[in-house]
Design a protein around this ligand. Sequence first.
Ligand code: SF4
Ligand code: SF4
Length: 279
Amino acid sequence: MSNILKEDCKLKLDIISRAKKLGMNIVGFAPVERWEKYKETDAEYYPQNIWPGIKTVIVLGAQIYLPMLETTPSVVYSELYNTSNRILDEAAYKIANYLNTLGNQGFFFPRDCYGDISVLVKKPAAAFSQVLAGKYAGLGTIGYNHTLITKEFGPRVRLVSVLTDAVIPGDPVLEKDLCIKCEMCRKCCPTSSFKTTENFIADMNKKKCAAYHAKLKSAYCYPCGVCIKVCPIGADRKIYGYNARKYLNEKEALKKDKNDPEYAGWVHCREHGSKSLEK
Ligand code: SF4
Ligand code: SF4
């Protein structure tokens, strides 16, 4: 191994260790050439075209705890979402800062990056895709529901990207799809935003999804997250289990009896700290 390669690997291990200490659950490295190789988005969205000189995208992921997510739409999940955003941006800021101290460019693309949901209702696209970055960094594959599906947490992981001019060895892109196309996400989506086509990934009505999010935001129980809640994939299921019947029956069961004991905990969280969606 050449000395330059050894140094690159040392930097990679150093960044992984720092990211883990900052509370990140998963870390992956994507050389920017992968955007050109896969051509899955327009060239104006390639990181090297947004910031010329960038060589590597470091993707950091923080898990979403299933029991909190299951209460959605609720302020419990809303607070978790906000917390994950904070720790992601903080970790990305600190990793970028560390790269700067080494004399490298280092900065980050914040995990969501939109001013208000009303903007997304009109134009539901980000300047940079964290999901594609996650795929190119070997952290997972893109599922039917347009999210990054990971081995560790299925789609229950939030992502942020650090961009640097340091050349750091990439992680292998996963070849095999982790999504099993069970379509639980489509069946449980409250807005029926997914449509199955001949493609592996669903046709998604992003404007409809964003409009629902605007409603959730005004009721303080944003975001939705149902399509990541019901996905069976992820090692976190070994801890929390999987009850497809409970997910599939939720809407009907609560329509029949809003005090159905099976859903009492979720309903309890929804009835505190946020407004009712019905009003
Ligand atoms: S719920 Fe099923 S179809 Fe949807 S992303 Fe997960 S595995 Fe894929
Ligand atoms: S976030 Fe909610 S509304 Fe949007 S696609 Fe997923 S399940 Fe449907």
